[in-house]
Design a protein around this ligand. Structure first.
Ligand code: NAD
Length: 357
């Protein structure tokens, strides 16, 4: 089969880590007899420098015409002082909207070979950490009405959280479908004791749950969820939550698994064309030094094979190769822990994974 992939390398370490993932996809293509065509497009700071816009029209058109999108990361200090709608990060919201990507899937798994990197006590992690966060991506407070006005105490600013039944139904379905392929347990996270939008969220999740009698569903308030993630993370299988709660909790979940450099994500909508990216940012502190860990991006490519192309065997081959490399003790700087060994570079880590493929 032939697949056309739009490459959005972006800024900072973006180009280095995307290059690693491309090599891995090419190797998978050789082994399993697929052709992956890659077309690069500008996004973020590099797009601002070249065109004045963080998300050029050509990038949106190119992504819409592709079978899938692989993104590195955007942003950096050079563009930090630009106004909100001109910042590189604005491009992320724009491309998610343009592609109709309303779901963000973030698996967070603690590799047994990396348990020493986990900041939690061994007795807390002995049952393992293996969860998937299903975050709503195109609604809620990040897209709600906002503004500034004169208030009771002078100038004030406001943002609004709003969810429709349809938005909650479709994300809940993704969560239940995901749970069906895993531990058959969904925990829906909200703030229903305070927020009306959360009360609607809860009602709709339970309505949708009736279609999935084989999946256990329960609710958890977001403040409790933040505690439970560090107190008893093995209780979570699939977590479904709103855009802002998911943004915060998925970063927390990533930290308890050791390194931000390991975790992939998939943004999905109603078509097969998804966007796949590591959960970390552009890491300007190590950009251009060949120090970045490419694994999160390589695992994002594996998610692309699974969710956009239905290539489960190929996806597993990548995941197993990564597992073997980590089990063999190979480490980049971010997962070196207290070891005195010289860390692998980004290209060396990619090579190790290619050897296993
Ligand atoms: P960051 O994730 O870029 O970096 C946080 C820390 O983790 C840094 O010390 C960095 O060196 C390290 N790190 C991150 N990825 C790594 C990897 N693959 N290998 C090794 N170490 C890694 O977060 P930040 O510093 O808060 O943000 C930097 C820039 O990235 C900002 O401009 C921010 O807006 C942007 N950002 C972009 C995205 C995205 O493109 N999706 C996401 C988050 C942040």
């Amino acid at each position: 089969m032939t697949y056309n992939i739009a490459l959005l390398k972006g800024d900072g370490i973006g180009p280095e880590i995307v290059d690693g993932a491309v090599k891995v996809l090419e190797k998978v293509g050789e082994r399993f007899n697929h052709t992956f065509n890659f077309t690069p497009y500008l996004i973020g700071g590099c797009a601002i420098d070249a065109t004045g816009e963080p998300l050029p029209e050509e990038t949106v058109k190119g992504c819409l015409a592709s079978d899938s999108v692989l993104l590195g990361a955007v942003g950096g200090p050079k563009w930090d002082t630009l106004p909100g709608n001109k910042r590189p990060e604005k491009a992320l919201l724009g491309i998610r909207s343009a592609l109709g990507l309303y779901t963000n899937l973030r698996p967070a798994k603690l590799y047994s070979s990396l348990s020493a990197e986990c900041p939690l006590r061994p007795d807390i992690t002995e049952k393992g950490i293996d969860l998937v966060m299903v975050r709503e991506l195109t609604g809620g407070i990040y897209f709600g009405e906002r503004g500034r006005r004169d208030g009771k105490y002078g100038p004030e600013a406001y943002d609004t959280e709003c969810y429709s039944v349809v938005e909650v139904e479709r994300i809940a379905r993704v969560a239940f479908e995901t749970a069906r392929k895993r531990g058959k347990k969904v925990i829906s996270i909200d703030k229903a004791n305070v927020l009306e939008s959360s009360r609607l969220w809860r009602e709709v999740v339970h309505e949708v749950a009736k279609e999935y009698p084989d999946v256990e569903v329960s609710d958890m308030l977001v403040d409790n969820a933040a505690m439970q993630l560090v107190k008893n993370p093995s209780q979570f299988d699939v977590v479904v939550t709103s855009n802002m709660f998911g943004d915060i909790l998925s970063d927390e979940a990533s930290q308890i698994t050791g390194s931000i450099g390991l975790l992939p994500s998939a943004s999905l909508g109603d078509t097969k064309c998804g966007m796949y990216e590591p959960i970390h940012g552009s890491a300007p502190d190590i950009a251009g030094q060949n120090k970045a860990n490419p694994i999160a991006t390589i695992l994002s490519a594996a998610m692309m094979l699974r969710y956009s192309f239905d290539l489960e065997e190929e996806a597993k081959a990548i995941e197993e190769a990564v597992d073997k490399v980590l089990t063999a003790g190979y480490r980049t700087g971010d997962i070196l822990g207290t070891s005195k060994e010289t860390p692998l570079t980004c290209t060396e880590m990619t090579e190790k994974i290619l050897e296993q493929l």
